[in-house]
Design a binder for this molecule. Structure first.
Ligand SMILES: O=C(O)CCC(=O)C(=O)O
Length: 287
């Protein structure tokens, strides 16, 4: 009897978790205007493979604005292998241009993130990345590897690489290792790069992957640069990689939507993380 009761208790708990996940998905789809079965199919791919490629996310206008407004800042090659000695990057992007804001707060991305992280998850990084001709493959990594919490575990963040140029197998398309989000601790030297999949996709698409998914930028063997942007997000209890309270001025943050403001850090994980003077920091932008 006791055993049966225990089993039923577990069954009920599982059913409650599933019902609550479905409620979160339905509410998030309503809020962001996303079709629930489409979102569920993307989420299934992410949970299975650790990543999904999503086509047709950006209009040509948004792509063109990112390209034009980034160009003046793409002047310096990287300082190490991870930045890429033949790769140019823009940090603190929002201080320089608002052209990338539509990708930071893309409704489909927010709907996906709502399923993975606690409310008021944060933007951890926003970069524009231009992989120049001749660049070699970036070292393999997973994006939440700098949080000192052993694997296997749930991801602490998730990222997208947005194709501004078409991504091809030859021009440096991001390489992703399917199902590597499930791995425990491994050394990058033991990973078989030949099993990695290039995120081949047209301009305006993005590859979405978990912070636990191993990946890297591919080598650019062509004569043209490969322009991309990346948005990375983290749980609201984790420290953001870019220190936005110092990198983005309050005047600049005031030019952003409330969604982007909250993603930058003008938000709280209620009741105790992120407050300013005991209150929600979004008030700082309204005073
Ligand atoms: O540019 C890419 O395709 C990947 C970049 C990346 O993973 C990184 O810089 O951490």
């Amino acid at each position: 009897m006791a055993g049966g009761g225990h089993t039923n208790g577990h069954g009920r708990a599982r059913a409650d978790v599933k019902a609550s996940q479905q409620a979160i998905l339905a509410a998030s789809c309503r809020r962001h205007g996303v079709e629930p079965t489409y979102l569920a199919s993307l989420l299934e791919r992410v949970n299975e493979d650790g990543y999904v490629i999503i086509h047709d996310l950006l209009s040509p206008d948004v792509v063109q604005r990112i390209r034009e407004e980034s160009a003046p800042f793409l002047t310096h090659d990287g300082r190490n292998e991870i930045e890429g000695h033949a790769t140019r990057r823009i940090y603190a992007v929002i201080e320089k241009t608002l052209a990338c804001n539509p990708i930071v707060e893309h409704p489909l991305v927010l709907a996906l993130l709502d399923q993975l992280f606690l409310p008021n998850y944060l933007l951890s990084q926003l970069q524009v990345i231009d992989v120049m001709p001749g660049e070699v493959r970036q070292p393999l990594h997973h994006d939440d590897g700098f949080y000192p919490i052993p694997r296997p575990r749930k991801p602490i963040g998730a990222a997208l690489i947005w194709a501004i140029d078409d991504f091809t197998a030859d021009n440096g398309a991001t390489l992703v290792y399917p199902r590597s989000h499930l791995w425990g601790a491994v050394s990058s030297a033991d990973i078989d790069v030949s099993q990695m999949v290039p995120a081949v996709m047209p301009s305006g698409s993005a590859v979405f992957f978990l912070g636990t998914t191993w990946h890297c930028a591919g080598a650019n063997k062509t004569d043209s640069p490969r322009l991309a942007a990346t948005t990375q997000y983290c749980e609201p209890w984790a420290r953001q990689q870019e220190n936005y309270s110092l990198a983005i001025s309050r005047e600049r943050a005031r030019l952003c939507s409330e969604t982007v403001q909250r993603l930058l850090g003008y938000s709280m994980l209620f009741p105790f993380i992120g407050f300013v003077n005991g209150r929600d920091p979004i008030r700082l932008l309204r005073d």
